[in-house]
Design a protein around this ligand. Structure first.
Ligand SMILES: *[C@@H]1O[C@H](CO)[C@@H](O)[C@H](O)[C@H]1NC(C)=O
Ligand SMILES: *[C@@H]1O[C@H](CO)[C@@H](O)[C@H](O)[C@H]1NC(C)=O
Ligand SMILES: *[C@@H]1O[C@H](CO)[C@@H](O)[C@H](O)[C@H]1NC(C)=O
Ligand SMILES: *[C@@H]1O[C@H](CO)[C@@H](O)[C@H](O)[C@H]1NC(C)=O
Ligand SMILES: *[C@@H]1O[C@H](CO)[C@@H](O)[C@H](O)[C@H]1NC(C)=O
Ligand SMILES: *[C@@H]1O[C@H](CO)[C@@H](O)[C@H](O)[C@H]1NC(C)=O
Length: 403
């Protein structure tokens, strides 16, 4: 089951971003799991994911520069995950961020909110301070720190976007409080926005609003609205909204909706202890895997430009990553090893596809995961953010399996 081997001296070489693949190849399908202090992280973002004799080995967390010398998949090393995550973030920050505005070029507010959330999630999961002041850099955080921000004006009526901002601000607050910093500006901004969103809820179709209001399914009322509103279609997928007469509008079943509902039900399970909610949650997760994939890899309805559809819009480029992120949230809420195991392989397959099909040499990640080059992949910050979420979700689920 793997010999302990001190290869701390190799860490420097591993840390050289340009040589890691070469070194892995030299080791002949073996590599070490080591935690390099130059990464700014005392621990691995995830545990070793080692395949021994063809079966998945139970991972262990490896700390303090100790390395475990075992056979692993090429991209299965926790070191590569941390390295990879930061490479993609660094590329986003150096190539796509406008530091004056704090917005990613060609970006969207709600997508940016998710990207900031992902970076905080990474720092929290990896116990890393690689991006310690990131929250004050982005448009969302800058405005949270500015007491004179008028959120009504800033949001301009985009109350569905606003809900993503809340999730992001909560995570910024978590990071700040964990570092002895004052997190009240972030919490205050989140609660101001929360109040603005709540005011918009109406009794239309039994409450909850009609479109993309699903990100705050973290409440009992919203759940009952959802299950009564007939939004789950015959394939058990949620469509994107309701018609004026409160029936399923039959519009596109995007990936992310399927997991955002599940994470909401997971939160509700955690609050109530009613495990039936988890079974309900998995209907749309399983339906995604059944119906919104190509050969086991997530495929958005717009993901096939070469096959004749138009390319995914900026918005829809993020959806697969959101599905991955909210599945990892769901599994965290469920805290059930058999439920985690049920999805682990699928999650890892997405991770592999992101690396093998979608990522380019500059560490941008393209919008299409299921096919290399022929899927009409586009490279924009939204697509990179999506891939980043996929990488992080895999790491987090691996860590869950380690405990
Ligand atoms: C960044 O945004 C500012 C303000 O909108 C703009 O003037 C500037 O040209 C942008 N910079 C880049 C590199 O796009
Ligand atoms: C990061 O923020 C902290 C607290 O706000 C501040 O003390 C520190 O100087 C900042 N670091 C950098 C590199 O800006
Ligand atoms: C905030 O902006 C809204 C919309 O522009 C405006 O109606 C409101 O008066 C502003 N609030 C304050 C305190 O300035
Ligand atoms: C509801 O509206 C949709 C779209 O306008 C229509 O196709 C459907 O027949 C309507 N259903 C009912 C029960 O009226
Ligand atoms: C648990 O949730 C299910 C699904 O919503 C519901 O039918 C059932 O009544 C709930 N059980 C309890 C004890 O609340
Ligand atoms: C998850 O479940 C285990 C028992 O199976 C328990 O020891 C642990 O505290 C739980 N974790 C959380 C975060 O609830």
């Amino acid at each position: 089951m793997g010999r302990k081997l001190d290869v701390t001296g190799l860490c420097g070489v591993f840390c050289d971003r340009h040589h890691h693949v070469l070194l892995l190849a030299l080791l002949g399908c073996c590599c070490c799991c080591c935690c390099c202090s130059s990464l700014g992280s005392p621990g691995c973002i995830r545990s070793s994911r080692a395949v021994v004799g063809g079966s998945l080995r139970v991972p262990e967390r490896v700390d303090g520069g100790k390395c475990e010398f075992v056979k692993v998949r090429l991209f299965g090393s926790p070191f590569v995950d941390a390295w990879l995550f930061q490479s993609v973030v660094d590329r986003l920050l150096t190539n796509w961020l406008n530091y004056t505005t704090g917005q990613f070029m060609d970006g969207d507010f709600w997508v940016d909110c998710n990207t900031w959330e992902d970076i905080e999630n990474y720092q929290l999961a990896a116990n890393s301070d690689a991006y310690a002041n990131i929250s004050s850099l982005g448009y969302l955080g800058k405005n949270a720190l500015d007491a004179s921000t008028n959120w009504t004006e800033l949001l301009g009526g985009s109350y569905d976007d606003a809900q993503w901002a809340i999730l992001s601000l909560w995570r910024m607050a978590d990071y700040e409080s964990g570092h002895g910093q004052d997190n009240t500006p972030y919490l205050n901004a989140a609660s101001t926005i929360y109040d603005l969103v709540s005011e918009q809820w109406d009794d239309y179709c039994g409450g909850g609003g009609r479109r993309r209001q699903m990100s705050l399914v973290h409440s009992r009322a919203e759940y009952f609205w959802l299950v009564n509103s007939g939004m789950q279609n015959a394939q058990l997928l949620y469509n994107d909204g309701l018609s004026d007469n409160c029936t399923n509008n039959g519009q596109t079943a995007w990936t992310y909706n399927q997991a955002v509902v599940a994470s909401g039900l997971g939160a509700l399970y955690k609050a109530t202890g009613n495990a039936t909610l988890l079974d309900v949650a998995e209907t749309s997760l399983d339906a995604t895997i059944m119906s919104l994939t190509d050969d086991g890899i997530l495929k958005e309805a717009c993901d096939d430009a070469v096959g004749g559809s138009t390319e995914c819009s900026h918005n829809s480029q993020l959806f697969k990553g959101l599905w991955m992120k909210h599945l990892s949230y769901y599994l965290t809420y469920a805290n059930d090893s058999s439920r985690t195991a049920k999805y682990a392989q699928f999650i890892t397959a997405q991770y592999d596809a992101i690396l093998q099909n979608a990522m380019n040499a500059q560490y941008d990640i393209g919008s299409v995961w299921y096919a290399p080059n022929q899927g009409g992949s586009v490279f924009q910050p939204e697509a990179s953010a999506s891939g980043l979420e996929g990488i992080l979700a895999d790491a987090q689920v691996c860590m869950m399996q380690a405990v």
